[in-house]
Write a protein that binds this ligand. Sequence first.
Ligand code: XBP
Ligand code: MG
Length: 252
Amino acid sequence: MSLHALLFDVDGTLADTERDGHRLAFNAAFREFGLDWEWDIPLYGKLLAITGGKERIKHYIEAYRPDFKRPADFDKLVAELHKAKTRHYTELLAKGGLPMRPGVARLLKEARDVGLRLAIATTTTPDNVTALLEQSLAPATASWFELIAAGDIVPAKKPAPDIYLWALEKMQLKPENCLAFEDSGNGLRSSMSAGLKTLVTVNDYTADHDFAGASAVLTDLGEPDAPATALSGAWSGQGYVTVESLKALHRN
Ligand code: XBP
Ligand code: MG
């Protein structure tokens, strides 16, 4: 089976957006709404088990703020809080925000040059994806991706396979012709349940997740002058991920 398309997760995979991006934006939204909630770095690591910002806020209230008096229109409050969070996040990115992870820009350019189809499959809000690509990669890079599958477009977020299945259907692709890129256990479960071979690049929040079944697990995609380390799996490249090494991984 030949490799036709690369499907990328965003948060933690393209950039380390969680600790110094999303987390700060949630906290800013809580302050804006007069709530004394503060998600510190370790707590946020635990909350990441729940994907999706609105889902994460609801889980936090259930698990950590049992005394919170829920208004009758609770879902509306959560939606408004989350809207404010998205505004804080995109503003933070506009200020010069968060760099892409090693090797991401290089690999995207190479893949594009050789005609691989590119898409995004993420639980985060569409505005956040565009903001990250435009601010941290280059202007107009959102158009490099044939499809940006994001957020509430499917009701069941990762680890459900739905976002990947939706993207595959829209692009008329078979899973066996694609490779997914993920950084977390929930992301890997999502991509694997959609039938996709997956390359995982870990980060501080996800290094101890269970990545059984991944085609390969690497520290990052690597650069010629900053090699990545293979942690497990069948990647046979030298120091940094190239399209050639992805094709070999995909054939494996
Ligand atoms: C990303 C998420 C998202 C972001 C916040 O997971 O779980 O919830 O943390 O984004 P993945 P929103 O990388 O597996 O897609 O607040 O926009 O939901
Ligand atoms: Mg992720």
